[in-house]
Write a protein that binds this ligand. Structure first.
Ligand SMILES: [Mn+2]
Length: 427
């Protein structure tokens, strides 16, 4: 988008006065509580969230799809859209590709294009939940777990091919989400399915470059409704442990049954140094793919509380997890949705950073339940939005990203250049 940063600067100028006043009040309060504002701003600025290539178009449900206008019709246009997001929020510096939806035809040109927007490539994602046109072995009854070794081999080879694309792009991780499972009792031998899956994953793991990770994602149901081969964090952890030190668990917020205590799962996995990646979204029921923080912002904060505790624990051997959004709903402008999602994550992160951890631990030790709750909620109820805005302003991004996106009429321009009926590849 031509001259985007100068137009952002213009809009920032008109918002600067109000912002500065709000930021100064917040900074003064936080400093009184013993926080170092510059350190907080540094941490907030460095927190970057990868955007999945499938989230840039309007998602669908099994009932229908209502594409919006100006959706990206190619990988190049998807990279351009992530570049726009990053220019607005300075927090989305990576794109996560899904193979085969987004196979780069000319890797060098794609890398150059991404670099021109200051973007890099995050984890690559394999897809063994759909048959591609003309595919010789079907995944209808599973992929890595399949009873037929020929189907398993096909799925293994696909993952190895995804690693090859990732290596060319500079990715450092492969995310494996398996749709494998069964819908009827008796359909699947659980032990054999697990054994086949482990064997297949071992073959993929063998080809993983030294400095790569493989992230094993879990999901309790859907597309199958009786059993999933990797239904929960325990099974994911079991596989990651058996595979070796380059294998980690991946937590997707939508992949839990209602009311699951996800923050406790985070704490346990980080304690075991096995939390490798995170897929953010929000949900009312299960895998609803709603905007991060739109439904349960307090839960999001509680999760970030554990993430920050794990990351700031000097004794912890857990790597910094790969942060990614995994959502693609069918109502909003996808770019607006992504701006809101990144903002929600960073708000929860900033609030978790200002938790008075010493007091919290003291109250926990003395079993002072009321005060422990007060400490957490004191941080949660602090309006840290000016802190995020200041971090963006200093990075030459928008003080108010969504407002700026609207004022710049970015969607209208995308419709003009790309048309009103483009459909992005993806869900
Ligand atoms: Mn996911």
């Amino acid at each position: 988008m031509e001259g985007l940063s100068s137009r952002i600067a213009e809009i920032n100028n008109s918002a600067a006065q109000t912002h500065t006043r709000q930021f100064e009040i917040l900074a003064e309060t936080l400093e009184k509580d013993g926080h170092n504002i510059e350190q907080l701003l540094d941490k907030i600025s460095s927190f970057q969230v990868a955007i999945p290539s499938w989230a840039l178009g309007t998602g669908g449900t099994r009932f229908g799809r209502f594409p919006g206008g100006g959706e990206p019709g190619s990988l190049e246009e998807k990279i351009q859209d992530v570049g726009t997001l990053h220019a607005l929020n300075a927090s989305s510096d990576a794109i996560s590709l899904h193979i085969p939806w987004d196979i780069p035809k000319d890797t060098n040109a794609i890398k150059e294009l991404a670099a021109s927007y200051n973007l890099k490539f995050d984890a690559v994602n394999s897809n063994t939940f759909q048959d591609q046109p003309g595919q010789d072995h079907s995944y209808k009854f599973g992929s890595l777990c399949h009873s037929d070794p020929a189907v398993r081999m096909k799925a293994v080879e696909h993952n190895i091919e995804v690693i090859k694309y990732g290596k060319e792009l500079g990715s450092k991780a492969l995310t494996v989400w398996l749709a494998d499972g069964s819908s009827f009792p008796g359909q699947m031998n659980f032990r054999k399915a697990f054994g086949n899956t482990l064997d297949s994953l071992e073959r993929i793991y063998e080809t993983l470059p030294e400095d790569w990770k493989v992230l094993v994602e879990y999901k309790p149901f859907e597309p199958y409704f009786y059993s999933m081969v990797i239904p929960d964090w325990g099974t994911s952890h079991l596989l990651a442990n058996k595979l070796g030190e380059k294998a980690f668990c991946l937590v997707d917020l939508g992949h839990h049954l209602p009311n699951t205590n996800i923050e406790q799962i985070v704490a346990t996995l980080m304690m075991e140094a096995k939390l490798g990646g995170f897929h953010f979204n929000d949900s009312k029921f299960a895998d609803d793919d709603l905007t991060v923080g739109s439904m349960k912002p307090y839960q999001l904060f509680l999760i970030f509380n554990e993430l920050v505790e794990g990351m700031e624990d000097e004794k912890s051997a857990n790597p910094v997890p790969a942060w990614m959004i995994d959502a693609s709903h069918n109502l909003k402008d996808p770019l607006e949705d992504l701006l809101q999602s990144v903002e929600a994550m960073k708000l929860a992160y900033a609030q978790a950073l200002i938790i008075d951890r010493d007091s919290l631990e003291k109250y926990r030790e003395s079993n002072d339940v009321s005060m422990a709750q007060e400490v957490l909620q004191n941080a949660y109820r602090t309006d840290v939005r000016p802190l995020l805005a200041e971090a963006r302003r200093r990075s030459n991004a928008a003080i108010n990203p969504l407002d700026t996106y609207r004022k710049l009429q970015i969607r209208e321009q995308l419709i003009q250049t790309r048309g009103s009926k483009t459909i992005a590849t993806g869900l």
